[in-house]
Design a binder for this molecule. Sequence first.
Ligand SMILES: *Cc1c(COP(=O)(O)O)cnc(C)c1O
Length: 436
Amino acid sequence: MPHITDLNQALFDRAKKVIPGGVNSPVRAFRAVGGTPRFIQRAQGAYIWDANGQRYTDYIGSWGPMILGHGHPAVVEAVQKAVLEGFSYGAPTEREVELAEEILRLVPSMDMVRLVSSGTEAAMSTIRLARGATGRSKLIKFEGCYHGHADALLVKAGSGLATFGNPTSAGVPAEVVQHTVVLEYNNIQQLEEAFALQGREIACLMMEPICGNMNFVRASVPFVKRCRELCTEHGSLLVFDEVMTGFRVALGGAQSVYAQAIPGFEPDMTVMGKVIGGGMPLAAFGAKRAVMEHLAPLGSVYQAGTLSGNPVATACGLATLKEISKPGFYDALAQKTRALINGMSQAATAAGIPFCGDSEGGMMGFYLLEKLPQNYAQVMKTDSAGFNQLFHGLLDRGVYIAPALYEAGFVSAAHTDSDIEATVVAAQEVFQLLLK
Ligand SMILES: *Cc1c(COP(=O)(O)O)cnc(C)c1O
């Protein structure tokens, strides 16, 4: 939209002087797609408004947490009430107990949880606990899966199975990632080789069950089954990082989806974030009692947090969990999400553009590819120039999707059928333009 004064640009220029890159989390800077990031002024329901007063239909939802849409009245009320009672005490509260009970009721693979403030913190603490509980050092992760920015997890694949990975960030010494083994997602053979080679040293295997940080790649059922079997066989802990998928793809998380295909399936440890805070800084990690009792003050694995279990954040999380627990919530959400992917797919096909997409619950992803990718290398083959045109075409038409090819998208309960239809119409127009 042409503006005489672009207030987004003015804010971005100002921000760049005082904040590295002008943003507090890199993907917000629009580096991958080019252009000026939108500075958001307010949000309501399925919409956000930028500094110019331009409205967008929001398919990012704060990268997942806003499953009810923005400013849900019951959540706002709970937060307002909590704020009046104090912001933070640094002492235990009843609400933390209530939230922990509620999480355990919904995700029964865990007997106990600890609340923290970010997914990064939850994943980092999970690794420490897994190492402490098993007395082992190595961990397995998969290329393309993101588990936050703790040092040991910022790793890409090394040159072979016997070698360790390479840091993906400056400031992470090679020694710090020497215990991190990076494997290809959905590659059963590599997984078996890695366990055969060093199974007895592996504390845990951490995975995104549906990888939202490669846009949307499902772990295949046989792959998850094999991960489970090999961890059990070798005494390693299977960790599901459900920071994105937890309460997003289903009320019981991705583990409940895989349990339908693999009877009795459970991970040993679960990492959660995003939706459980409903937009406030809140995350959690949990496991069976025997593992969780290794944590301080009961056990010798240290973990702590000044703002952990914050009373305002827990009020927001509890109110959110209450709404999403209502009957039919996920059916309605899944139907809308599927309608969007199907609509976009038909629009692309009509324009003769390669397109494929997938969704589960309120999480979705699509690629300008003929066939859904299974791993990072295949995801990297996506047409990034085409994606960038699609991104900007949609943005110009008031549709806000993730400003990066490798990020999942999210639909909220506040999106109406007509919001979805309008987005499909916008996509139709952009696909026609892409042909030219
Ligand atoms: C977002 C995310 C994290 C990190 O959570 P933060 O709250 O951003 O620190 C970890 N794991 C997965 C799967 C995520 O999607």
